[in-house]
Design a protein around this ligand. Structure first.
Ligand SMILES: [Zn+2]
Length: 200
């Protein structure tokens, strides 16, 4: 029966799927460019939804696609296998636990990005890093939902002496894995990443 239907409606299937996707999208999520009402190219006030991840200007034809921003997160262990955690100094999720990391800058690779963020937030120099996994996330900043793709790295550092909280980190310290509660981490992807790293 299913096979017959698939065959009979094969020409219509792509249309149905697109329409279903739009319907689901409209019911459950805001368009990522909801706050972008004007065409950035010609200034027209009809910057319209093109599909679930882009908008198009009907006047000048300008199309812009929304892609996730790359961000990095560091797992750093000391000689006792305790995990380095930070307390967030800023919103979103100010005061909750976090791991060192942040948005990638333009023109740097992820390895450079994670090393820069670790240095900025903890004073530690990364000597070696190894990619673990990635988790998509949404991050509310300045009233706008930024979609990110968080890349997790296991980082080794030169030495732990310079450790101090700086920049986005209010405090930095090591916690034994047995005392880590993932729910204390305020950002969803970091919470999931900590569980995955510690296999809990
Ligand atoms: Zn335009």
């Amino acid at each position: 029966m299913i096979k017959e239907n698939t065959s009979a409606f094969s020409l219509d299937i792509p249309k149905i799927m697109v329409s279903f996707t739009f319907h689901f999208y409209n019911q459950h999520m805001k368009h990522p460019f909801e706050q972008f009402n004007y065409c950035p190219q010609c200034g027209a006030s009809h910057f319209e939804i093109n599909d679930e991840k882009s908008k198009r200007c009907p006047l000048c034809g300008f199309v812009y696609y929304f892609n996730p921003a790359a961000a990095t997160v560091a797992f750093i262990l000391n000689e006792r296998n305790e995990l380095l955690v930070c307390q967030r100094a800023k919103n979103p999720a100010k005061g909750t636990l976090d791991l060192p990391g942040g948005f990638s800058d333009l023109y740097e690779n992820a390895e450079e990005g994670v090393a820069r963020e670790v240095l900025e937030e903890t004073g530690l120099t990364v000597t070696d890093c190894e990619y673990c996994f990635s988790i998509p996330n949404r991050y509310l900043y300045s009233g706008f939902t930024v979609h990110t793709l968080d890349l997790f790295f296991r980082c080794r550092v030169k030495d732990l002496q310079p450790l101090q909280a700086m920049d986005d980190a209010a405090e930095v310290y090591f916690v034994p894995p047995s005392e880590i509660n993932p729910e204390d981490f305020g950002l969803e992807s970091v919470r999931v990443g900590v569980k995955r790293f510690l296999k809990i």
